[in-house]
Design a binder for this molecule. Sequence first.
Ligand SMILES: Nc1ncnc2c1ncn2[C@@H]1O[C@H](COP(=O)(O)OP(=O)(O)OP(=O)(O)O)[C@@H](O)[C@H]1O
Ligand SMILES: [Mg+2]
Length: 249
Amino acid sequence: MKVIAITGKGGTGKTAVAGMLVKQLSKGKKTLLAIDADPDSNLPDVLGVKVDKTIGDMREFMLQERDKLPPDTNKERLLESKVYEVLIEMPHYDLLVMGRPEGSGCYCFANNLLRGIMDKILKNYDLTIIDTAAGLEHLSRRIIRDMDELLVVTDGSRRGLQTAERIRELAKSLDLKIKNMHVIANKVTPENRARLEEYALELKMDLVGVVPFDEMVANFDLEGKPLAQLPEDSRAIIAIGEIIDKMGI
Ligand SMILES: Nc1ncnc2c1ncn2[C@@H]1O[C@H](COP(=O)(O)OP(=O)(O)OP(=O)(O)O)[C@@H](O)[C@H]1O
Ligand SMILES: [Mg+2]
């Protein structure tokens, strides 16, 4: 069981990287779970998967049922049975989508559900890839606590790497169990590559890979085509393959 969480500044390409990792890893022999932990869900679109049930929907169900259930109901069991209702089974991986809970209020309940679900099901998979929302909430709220890899996606901007630095500090101060932290520079152009590498070195960031700005990715996005359909010769897909090899996943 290996858990890889993807984080970083908004818009740097976390979801694109997560989607391309799932696409390439799903070709291997390992059992794979993809989790979209961003309430503003995008990973299913990138993977080309239609979603009709999310953890957010489970929240509604649990709240509605809570008062109706006989006192001796095993709530853990109930939760577990519901998880399998929202788990989307694709031929080569499973997908779990956090979604947005209906109604007002905070995401605490859905977040707690997600945490509980992860505690139960991650052990069933060789590999889990988690796409998170921009910002530090998933870490600061300890929704994701134990991971083998924290992959921070940054773009060519200095601010992206500053966010990576903040994430590293936060992870340290919260004493999260993170075995490794790596940075992936995404949407990199020949113009900003050297500067980015220099700055990463300055911040002592372990740059595990550089994904170029890929016109094909940009065009797929414009045309609303899932990145899961990118051809093997896409520059971004080639770079993702190199990252997978380097990380040994
Ligand atoms: N390597 C790349 N080449 C070209 N365009 C890219 C590349 N990676 C991502 N993009 C584009 O950048 C935009 C942002 O990507 P994405 O949605 O993956 O970012 P994100 O970090 O998940 O954003 P958010 O913080 O909103 O979750 C998208 O339009 C995507 O198509
Ligand atoms: Mg995203």
